[in-house]
Ligand binder design. Structure first.
Ligand SMILES: [Zn+2]
Length: 359
């Protein structure tokens, strides 16, 4: 079970580079797993900036930037990217513009860990499943689409540079060097092999980065290997330790998520045992939840007509976007703390929920 204190006191002068802190999260949730429409990673600032603390938030609002300034913190990592679509103007007429201006003035770097964390087996939905006490977990919708094996054979003298290219492209698997081959004259030749399995997009990035080396020093192959990864993807499905009545399950979800209200489809009047869930806007995975015979599907941002799609076969629950994703902060903080036990990681105290309830 992950657990994060609110505030870790740093050792005096204990500094880390922004890029080093980002890598701690990428090791768990590689950037290559983000969706094509997303904007995860370092959005604003210098990856070489040295910082002595990081503020972790769900969203970057002006209040969160003010919080960072008041805590003398020069690095913010949020779950949602504060710049999502293209920015044509950076001025004080929009909150995004004001955030950019204020962050630059105060030398604050800002990064986001969004769908790369959503698609991680230890990501937002995993945390939600843990909070609800589910067991026997597996990913609801594993990543599909072609993965590619990139194999690089190279000479000793450029091995470290080659390895760095793979790491710079956010490949999570540690590339392994090994004795590979000898040339026709039996002289020690391209004796190192680097092999990784990545998305097509990342494979193309790697191949183009390798072009800076002399073709006499390395050989590179790229081949499709599989189209399903059970360790990455969206949502989670698992079992309650004991079956519950539907109303009791709703009450438990409301309490664990500290939710003001839950919206749900018609009761099926049968016990709940198998639970599918997805933090945030996960309605599109309702067919997957039905397919695995889940009794309920917990997600957020469900529209009026969407509830009809439950169609008497599953209890569809909208528990709120903020409420189902609030634990993303713990995941990000935990990734950093696990590798830097004395580094100062602060969880934002600003409530960034954009939705208010009148009850
Ligand atoms: Zn979200």
């Amino acid at each position: 079970m992950l657990f994060v204190e609110k505030y870790y006191i740093s050792k005096k002068n204990y500094m880390k580079r922004v890029s080093e802190l980002l890598k701690c999260v990428f090791d768990v949730a590689p950037l290559s797993r983000q969706e094509s429409y997303d904007n995860s990673g370092l959005i604003l600032g210098d990856p070489n900036l040295m910082v002595d603390k990081v503020l972790v938030a769900l969203d970057v609002t002006e209040d969160v930037v003010d919080e960072a300034i008041s805590k003398s913190c020069h690095f913010i990592i949020s779950h949602h990217p504060f710049i999502f679509n293209g920015l044509k103007r950076i001025n004080s007429s929009s909150s995004t513009g004001r955030i950019v201006i204020k962050a630059i003035k105060n030398d604050i770097a800002i990064a986001a860990m969004h769908t790369n964390i959503d698609n991680s087996s230890l990501g937002v939905s995993y945390m939600l499943a843990m909070k609800l006490g589910l067991r026997d977990l597996h990913i609801l919708k594993p990543v599909t689409g072609k993965m590619f094996k990139v194999t690089v054979h190279c000479k000793d003298n450029i091995f470290e540079d080659m390895k760095k290219i793979l790491e710079d492209n956010h490949v999570s698997d540690e590339p392994k060097g090994q004795v590979f081959s000898y040339n026709a004259d039996n002289e020690y030749y391209m004796n190192k092999t680097l092999e990784v399995v990545v998305s097509e997009e990342t494979a193309v990035l790697i191949m183009s980065a390798l072009k800076h080396f002399s073709s006499a020093d390395f050989r590179c192959d790229m081949s499709p290997v599989c189209d399903r990864n059970d360790n990455a993807g969206g949502g989670m499905v698992g079992l309650l330790s004991e079956a519950m009545e539907e109303k009791d399950f709703l009450a438990m979800v409301k309490e664990k998520l500290n939710a003001t209200v839950l919206r749900h489809s018609a009761f099926l009047n049968k016990p709940v045992k198998k639970v599918a869930l997805c933090g945030g806007s996960g309605f599109f995975m309702l067919p997957d939840a039905k397919c695995c015979n889940a009794d309920v599907y917990v997600t957020a941002d469900v529209k009026y007509h969407d509830f009809f799609d439950a169609d008497g076969s599953i209890l569809l629950i909208d528990a709120g976007h903020f409420e189902t994703e609030q634990f993303a902060k713990e995941i990000i903080a935990d990734c950093i703390i696990k590798k830097n036990s004395n580094f100062a990681v602060m969880i934002s105290e600003v409530n960034t929920n954009s939705i208010n309830y009148f009850v």
